[in-house]
Design a protein around this ligand. Structure first.
Ligand code: ADP
Ligand code: MG
Length: 702
């Protein structure tokens, strides 16, 4: 949505932070990094502490160590000798009852003579200490003129900072932002609001930024609850609008006669599990219905989602229409294609692969065959929703690892056809609470039982000091024909450092095992990675026995012979991530082992994470444990999770608001789908306020 459709009342806060007084380009950069680019981002930056500056004693009564605001007569300045910067700049001050010295290390003379002119009276706020029986205040927090008493002598909010910003500068910027916040029309149901005892939006915002005591910083205050509810409501309303939009689409029933599915079943070397059957029934039921499908298929790595997706796609093909499966990476897309194509072809159905690597003539040829309907199934990456791609008649879009795509991107694919049914898939099960937060009442199917014959992966943990034992174990595995993944740790989230660590480990292992050790990392091109992977998978020569990797192998990558996974510094990985990694092994018939090596600096929670992994192999259970260990706020906070990022919501404290907001949103969309009542209009403003603008266009128009 172009910003011009944003309600005008919001313009003052949807301006760059540099529009605030006292915020120039340099400070603006720091603020952007800390909170965001726009003034509205500062509104959401809530205080985490307070400093009470109301204590204002005479010097003779001053309690050292306590924050105080003093009214002082400024005496002589004592700058340090020119060539001795270690001696501080000192200023003598006094009141009627005593004396105090202000001390500045590396003080700038021009600034200090301006701010504290000799002979004048100033308010000085900070913490004084006694030195040799004399009062001294080092680097006062604030200096002001006596007529500014009111702005100084108060409870000052303390905000989380970033390097380059001081509390004063940030505090002023935020105060300026809050001042600019306009009165907004009320979007809450009046009875609900008064029942809760909540103030209006602007007053609540003011209150949240003006704590008077520690209690006012808690998530349960009326002000913070109201702001959190607003944010949740915006999110739930956006979900409900999109959902209603999808459901309103007439949707063409897509039902096949089952003949292709039968052929594939006959070609499968295994029987489908109970939950695969149930999921297929859910999906074909949705597709046959006259609403558009939007369903999430959750199941651990290796639980067999691909076959379920294939059955859904064949249903579309039986109905004479097309299906597309989109994966987040080339490796994954290739892998899906490699699984699906032979099965589809066994049933006489063509299935092509389309990624960013297809260029020129070959690509043009593929597009041609999709547009003409000659090819009924395509597997690909982001390349699938580029502008020039057209289908003859797309009925089903399957999105794998859906959290790697934005809502918008998923929609783009669905827009490639008429009334396209959408199946989302994820191998990172989402705990209940978060499911609600992220998706409202999304339809879902779960693959909970593992395909038959799968042996559980044996998981052990050891200190990294026992690396030599690990290497010996690796040698035994290789000698008996196994293959080994060796995962190198994240180093402070810097990719360069990751790559360096993996490269070093690769070199060390090569010294012991020779040329049969390969390396993949995020800095390699897709082609290079594929080359190495193919050698590891045994498809290309010379073959590799050990693959050293950074987390690029996290998703996808099927190497059935891989029997061992060593994860270095496992304590640095998240629970879900470790579980995902571990899912790469144990796919063949041989028993598999995962060895988690932990470093010396392992903390309590990390230990607990490793324990959970030793004890369970069930992704749903692990997701719940992850939530317990991290807290909802944290799980939501990570971009990787694919869940909405909340600025004001603390899901541990505000979870009761979720279900209320979901019901509220559902009711709103039911009663006022166009958002054109007075409340509906206010709700539009709410959506813009929380930048859920994209959803506004799904409010039914006329
Ligand atoms: P996911 O996509 O959920 O990670 P896949 O669909 O890639 O899992 O399946 C993993 C492996 O299990 C594949 O090799 C697949 O052929 C196999 N598989 C799928 N369903 C079954 C089943 N019911 N019984 C045995 N093996 C299965
Ligand atoms: Mg898969």
């Amino acid at each position: 949505m172009p910003p011009r459709s944003r309600p005008e009342v919001l313009f003052p806060i949807f301006a760059p932070v540099t529009a605030l007084k006292g915020v120039g380009p340099r400070i603006g950069k720091h603020i952007e990094r800390l909170a965001g680019e726009q003034i509205v981002d500062l509104l959401w930056h809530l205080p985490t502490g307070i400093v009470d500056r109301r204590y204002s004693p005479a010097l003779q009564d001053l309690e050292p160590g306590r924050v105080a605001t003093l009214e002082l007569k400024i005496g002589r300045h004592h700058p340090p000798p020119v060539n001795n910067r270690r001696i501080p700049y000192r200023i003598d001050c006094s009141d009627a009852t005593g004396e105090i010295t202000l001390v500045y290390f590396h003080g700038r003379k021009d600034y200090l003579t301006g701010a504290l002119p000799e002979g004048e009276t100033r308010l000085v706020s900070g913490t004084a200490e006694l030195y040799d029986g004399r009062l001294q205040m080092t680097h006062p927090d604030m200096v002001a003129r006596p007529d500014e008493r009111e702005t100084v002598m108060r409870v000052q909010p303390v905000y989380p900072l970033t390097e380059g910003l001081s509390q004063n500068v940030l505090g002023k910027a935020i105060a300026g932002a809050v001042e600019r916040a306009p009165e907004l029309p009320e979007w809450l149901d009046p009875a609900f609001r008064s029942g809760r005892g909540w103030d209006d939006w602007r007053a609540s915002l003011h209150a949240a930024h003006s704590p008077e005591g520690g209690k006012d910083l808690l998530p349960g205050t009326n002000a913070r609850m109201r702001l959190a509810y607003d944010e949740i409501l915006a999110s739930q309303l956006a979900i409900s609008l999109v959902r209603a939009h999808v459901r309103r689409q007439p949707g063409r029933p897509t039902a096949g006669d089952g003949h292709l599915r039968e052929r594939v079943r006959a070609a499968l070397p295994f029987a489908l599990t109970g939950s695969q059957e149930a999921a297929i029934a859910d999906i074909t039921g949705d597709m046959a219905g006259d609403h558009r499908m939007l369903r999430l298929l959750q199941g651990d790595v290796g639980s067999g989602k691909t076959v379920v997706a294939l059955m859904a796609m064949l249903t579309a093909v039986e109905a004479g229409r097309q299906a597309a499966l989109m994966a987040p990476t080339e490796i994954l897309a290739q892998q899906h294609h490699a699984t699906i194509a032979p099965l589809a072809e066994a049933a006489g159905v063509a299935c092509v692969l389309l990624t960013g690597r297809d260029k020129g003539k070959a690509r043009a040829g593929l597009l041609e065959r999709l547009a003409s309907g000659e090819v009924p199934i395509v597997v690909g990456t982001h390349a699938l929703f580029q502008d020039d791609i057209a289908f003859e008649d797309l009925a089903l879009a399957v999105v794998d690892e859906q959290h790697r795509f934005g809502v918008h991107q998923r929609m783009l694919l669905a827009d490639k056809g008429k009334d396209v049914d959408v199946l989302l898939m994820t191998a990172t099960p989402i705990p209940r609470t978060l499911m609600l937060a992220a998706y409202g009442d999304l339809d879902e199917s779960q693959l909970r039982d593992k395909p038959a014959g799968r042996k559980p992966v044996r998981t052990t943990t050891a200190s990294i000091e026992r690396l030599d034992d690990a290497v010996a174990g690796v040698r035994r595995q290789i000698e008996s024909g196994g293959k080994v993944f060796w995962v190198c740790p994240l180093v402070e989230e810097s990719e360069t450092a990751d790559v360096a660590a993996a490269t070093a480990r690769h070199a060390a292992l090569q010294q012991r095992f020779g040329e049969r050790v390969g390396l993949v990392h995020g800095r390699m091109s897709g082609k290079e990675k594929d080359g190495v992977m193919a050698r590891f998978a045994g498809a290309d020569q010379p073959a590799l026995d050990i693959l050293v990797a950074t987390t690029v192998i996290e998703v996808g990558v099927d190497v059935p012979d891989a029997t061992v996974m060593v994860i270095e510094h496992a304590e640095r990985f998240g629970l879900a991530q470790l579980h995902q990694l571990r899912g790469r092994i144990g796919r063949g018939s041989r028993e598999a082992t995962c060895l988690l090596l932990f470093g010396r600096e392992i903390g309590e929670t990390a230990r607990e994470r490793l324990r959970v992994l030793r004890e369970t192999d069930d992704g749903f259970e692990i997701a719940e444990q992850d939530l317990r260990l991290r807290g909802a706020g944290d799980v939501l906070g990570t971009r990787q999770s694919g869940l909405p990022e909340f600025r004001l919501v603390d899901l541990d404290a505000h979870s009761e608001l979720l279900a209320i907001a979901r019901d509220d949103a559902r009711l709103i969309v039911e009663r006022d789908p166009e958002l054109k009542s007075a409340r509906g209009n206010a709700l539009r403003t709410l959506l813009y306020l929380f930048e859920r603008d994209a959803a506004v266009r799904y409010a039914r128009t006329g």
